[in-house]
Design a protein. Structure first.
Length: 255
């Protein structure tokens, strides 16, 4: 049986980047590139093996095929042991260098920084959505309260500090960043930093990330789960929003 490491090694031996092939991947701040950059920051990897500069994404099979069709590069390898999980690999020195210029590095889990992108809402919302669809979560807080919360996880506290600051600029408040020990996230080796949002802030996060966005730059499973929880809690959200608006608190630029 060919292992994932052997597949990657065989893939990287096939030669250098074909410079005749033009690629706009990560060359500008387009919605597609910023979404892909967010996905890469959460579930991507880069490195040099043999003669190739390898870039990879990992996630659900459907999402990896969607990315493959969007960028017209690479091959999707489906995991045999992990259900509905795949890697997309491609080799491109130009894309590798663009990622370096954006602040991405190999083995970035613990040292990830917020990328070198302008602080503009239409740029940040695409990047943040991509990162959320990789390392974001939506869950019910408890069987008793039945409130739902959302959040982001990362091995890098520095990254989450800047993410929290930018969300605040766009009117989305979050709680404190805290360290959580876990056995379920192997890439973080038992420890992960969490940035958590309340039910109401989660509602505004959804609007911020998904309002007026085309389906070609969305991971639909995460969006649908998020939407279903909002629909389930819409009366609670309306009640909280009405109470806060009465007090004159500014949220997302509105009173």
């Amino acid at each position: 049986m060919v292992t994932e490491k052997q597949r990657l090694a065989n893939f990287s031996r096939r030669g250098k980047t074909n410079l005749k092939f033009e690629t706009n991947l990560f060359i500008d701040n387009s919605p597609l590139n910023m979404w892909l950059l967010g996905l890469f920051a959460s579930d991507g990897n880069m490195g040099i093996q043999n003669r190739g500069h390898i870039i990879s994404f990992s996630g659900k099979i459907e999402d990896m095929k969607k990315i493959r069709n969007q960028i017209n590069q690479g091959k999707v390898f489906i995991h045999k042991k992990l259900e509905n999980y795949a890697n997309l690999y491609f080799r491109d020195l130009r894309v590798y260098n663009r990622l370096l210029n954006l602040g991405m590095v190999p083995r970035k889990s613990k040292i990830l920084i917020y990328p070198n992108i302008p602080q503009e809402i239409d740029i940040d919302r695409n990047f943040i959505r991509g990162f959320f669809e990789g390392d974001g979560w939506v869950s019910i807080s408890s069987k008793i309260s039945k409130n739902f919360h959302t959040g982001f996880c990362s091995g890098s506290k520095i990254f989450l500090i800047e993410l929290k600051r930018r969300l605040f600029i766009y009117g989305i408040k979050s709680g404190e960043i805290y360290l959580k020990k876990t056995n379920s996230i192997k890439s973080f080796k038992g420890e992960v930093y969490i940035l958590e949002l309340s039910t109401l802030s989660s509602f505004f996060l959804y609007k911020f990330m998904y309002e007026n966005i085309t389906e070609n730059i969305i991971c639909m499973d995460k969006k649908n789960k998020f939407y279903n929880l909002i629909e389930k809690h819409k009366n609670q959200i309306k009640y909280i929003t009405k109470s806060i608006y009465k007090k004159g608190v500014i949220i997302c630029g509105k009173i």
